[in-house]
Design a protein around this ligand. Structure first.
Ligand code: ADP
Length: 661
């Protein structure tokens, strides 16, 4: 759970960083793209505006050139001479030559009243009045050459030639978005036309030479515009620029291609453009879907001689290159933004790692710690807050570990102490029971001994006297001797019993335990049972003195040393050591032998009077020693196990620490 929180902490950090960069990146991208888009479209529109201007100039150039060439041809002698002389001969071939040289569809010469003098298209049809035709009228009126776009009606075209009428005639293709109309065909034609007055050398106007080119289905102008303005550029299989000439709202000459590859004439312009350009006479600029692609387009009105809008000149530049450059910019922006996000995310990841890794380590270590593993330590790097946290954690772990260790030791100690105390209590209890038991036995023994003592004295006295009175050969002498000996033995036992039962009060004096040991050893050393024994003493010279009865103390040591001598094998060893107990209140005397040891089952009975395992033993030695030591405020302890020797330890209070002597 904690680790999941940490991983979400990392995720949160990264997300925050990413959001922090993403928002400005997005805003920058949006604003940037918007700016670029505006710039690109402004650029596109300004380009299309200048393209339109160029196209207009090219268109106008055609008119000017037409005007100039007609003006020049009007000065030819062949023409003014024929008019002047009213002589048609030789005019025909000359006019044909001019018409074909100038690639004209119409070339006609009228007289000075505007009646047709010679019409190249139909030489036979002459004499009709053309003075009402605008251009002819103007040229006659102004006496100078003029040029303009004009509309020829179907009749006028027919007058020229069937071919021209046919070239102009179109059935209009219904077009979506175009203004509603009931027209289905277009019979009129639109012409680039010029008219020039013909003068004699005497400056007499003798006629008008007019000529023109039918624009319908004639693609020279639009192709020239495309070639000049757009350099016939192609972008991804599409023409970059297109130009169209509209007669009214119908396409009559274009280089926009249909899906089938044909020039897209006979279709109409949208109602919106028609209204703006044809009705209002304005220039229109904007995006337009032309045939099958989007174009940035511009439309300009085409005016006739009177300034009436009769058609439109259109140029369009493919929007796609602009759109593509916009996309490229967008991609570059997005790329940079993405790169920024990736970079910042990477940095954020590193930073988040740097923050979350130590925290994760601390979390893991805490888990370990909670599981009881106090060896957790975290690597501390750097000097920042996290490093401080880590080192504080380490310190806490160390202190916890120490506290835990202390607690464990304390618990172990407590346990040990409890065990020790329990053992001591048990020992005390045993001792108490032993003491009570021995006290009971002692009382009984003392009573019996007291009762026996007097009769025994009588028996011993009388038997001794009788023995003295007998002669050496008296047959009763041996029996009397046995009576005396056995009585003596009984008295010894009785004395022992009395000793054990405190019947003999101690005469306490200050004495050294070392002295007592030495006295006893001096006494026994030469006895037969000690001859083969090795006796080692380790007597502490600084051992404090005790208050005790000298004789009784000797008896205690003697009894124990004699038992040791009885227990050890030939060349066995007896060690005697004195010293001060750990509590400094008692002196200690340890008598150790390497005899067979004492089995557990008889340890309890050892200090009871008459308990003996020896054939000739009285069983009183240890009980007497016990009684004496107890009367001196001390204790006797026994440490032994079968086969491991025996140690008797006597503890007696140090003189000064005795409550009273
Ligand atoms: P006794 O020596 O007359 O038997 P004690 O009261 O002195 O009487 O001893 C009682 C018994 O304790 C002995 O019979 C012996 O079995 C045992 N005993 C005493 N001291 C030792 C010892 N050092 N090693 C083995 N057994 C001992």
């Amino acid at each position: 759970m904690r680790l999941r929180i940490l991983s979400s902490l990392k995720a949160r950090l990264i997300t925050s960083f990413a959001v922090a960069i993403m928002i400005p990146a997005l805003i920058t991208t949006l604003v940037g793209v918007r700016m670029i888009q505006r710039h690109v479209y402004e650029q596109a529109e300004s380009k299309v505006s200048s393209d339109l201007e160029s196209a207009k100039e090219i268109y106008q150039g055609y008119l000017e050139r037409l005007k100039d060439s007609l003006r020049i041809h009007a000065t030819r002698m062949m023409i003014y001479g024929a008019l002047d002389r009213n002589d048609l001969s030789n005019l025909g071939p000359e006019m044909e030559r001019v018409k074909s040289a100038e690639r004209l569809d119409i070339l006609t010469v009228t007289d000075s009243s505007g009646r047709v003098f010679y019409r190249t298209n139909r030489p036979a049809q002459r004499g009709d009045d053309m003075s009402r035709e605008e251009l002819v009228h103007m040229a006659l009126f102004r006496r100078e050459s003029v040029a303009s776009t004009i509309i020829f009606t179907a009749v006028e075209l027919q007058k020229e030639s069937d071919a021209l009428a046919e070239q102009a005639g179109m059935s209009i293709t219904p077009t979506p978005h175009a203004a509603p109309t009931e027209r289905t065909t277009l019979a009129d034609g639109m012409l680039l036309m010029a008219a020039a007055p013909v003068f004699t050398p005497q400056n007499r106007m003798v006629g008008i030479l007019y000529g023109g080119v039918l624009i319908n289905r004639n693609y020279e102008v639009v192709d020239k515009i495309r070639k000049t303005v757009f350099k016939e550029g192609v972008y991804k299989g599409r023409e970059v620029g297109t130009a169209t000439i509209f007669q009214d709202d119908v396409r009559i000459s274009t280089n926009v291609r249909n899906a089938d590859g044909n020039r897209a004439i006979t279709t109409r312009v949208s109602a919106e453009v028609a209204k703006e350009v044809l009705e209002r006479g304005n220039t229109w600029r904007g995006r337009a879907f032309v045939v099958n692609d989007w174009y940035i387009s511009a439309y300009a009105p085409i005016l006739d001689m009177q300034g009436k809008t009769i058609g439109m000149l259109y140029v369009g530049t493919l929007e796609r290159p602009f759109r593509d450059s916009l996309w490229r910019s967008l991609l570059v922006f997005l790329g940079i933004a993405l790169l920024g996000v990736v970079l910042v995310s990477w940095v954020a990841m590193k930073a988040a790692d740097r923050i979350s890794k130590p925290i994760r380590a601390i979390a893991l270590a805490s888990q370990g710690l909670a599981g009881g593993d106090y060896s957790q330590e975290i690597e501390v790097t750097g000097e920042d807050e996290i490093a401080h946290l880590a080192s504080s954690f380490n310190k806490m772990v160390r202190e916890l570990s120490k506290a835990h260790q202390d607690l464990r030791e304390w618990a172990e100690n407590l346990e040990r102490k409890v065990d020790q105390r329990t053992a001591e209590l048990r020992a005390m209890q045993t001792q108490l029971l032993q003491a009570e038991k021995l006290a009971g036995i002692g009382k009984l023994a003392a009573g019996v001994a007291h009762e026996i003592n007097n009769p025994l004295t009588g028996i011993l006295t009388n038997s001794s006297l009788m023995l003295e009175d007998t002669t050496a050969d008296d047959p009763h002498r041996e029996d009397l001797q046995t009576i005396v000996n056995e009585t003596l033995r009984c008295r010894k036992i009785v004395k022992g019993l009395l000793d054990f039962a405190r019947q003999t009060q101690p005469h306490k004096q200050s004495l050294s335990l070392n002295r007592v040991v030495e006295d006893v050893l001096a006494l026994v050393r030469n006895q037969a049972s000690f001859r083969n024994a090795v006796i080692k003493t380790d007597l502490d010279p600084s051992v404090p003195s005790i208050m005790a009865d000298m004789d009784q103390m000797r008896q205690v040591v003697l009894n124990i040393v004699l038992n040791a001598a009885d227990a050890i094998p030939n060349n066995g060893e007896i060690r005697i050591r004195t010293g001060v107990a750990a509590d400094l209140k008692m002196v200690e005397l340890h008598i150790q032998d390497n005899g067979p040891g004492i089995p557990d089952e008889i340890k309890d009975k050892l200090f009871e009077p008459f308990f003996t395992t020896k054939k000739t033993g009285t069983g009183l030695g240890l009980s007497i020693a016990y009684g004496i030591v107890e009367r001196h405020g001390g204790s006797i302890q026994l440490r032994s196990a079968a086969g491991q020797g025996t140690t008797f330890s006597i503890r007696l209070p140090i003189q000064n620490s005795q409550p009273h002597a």
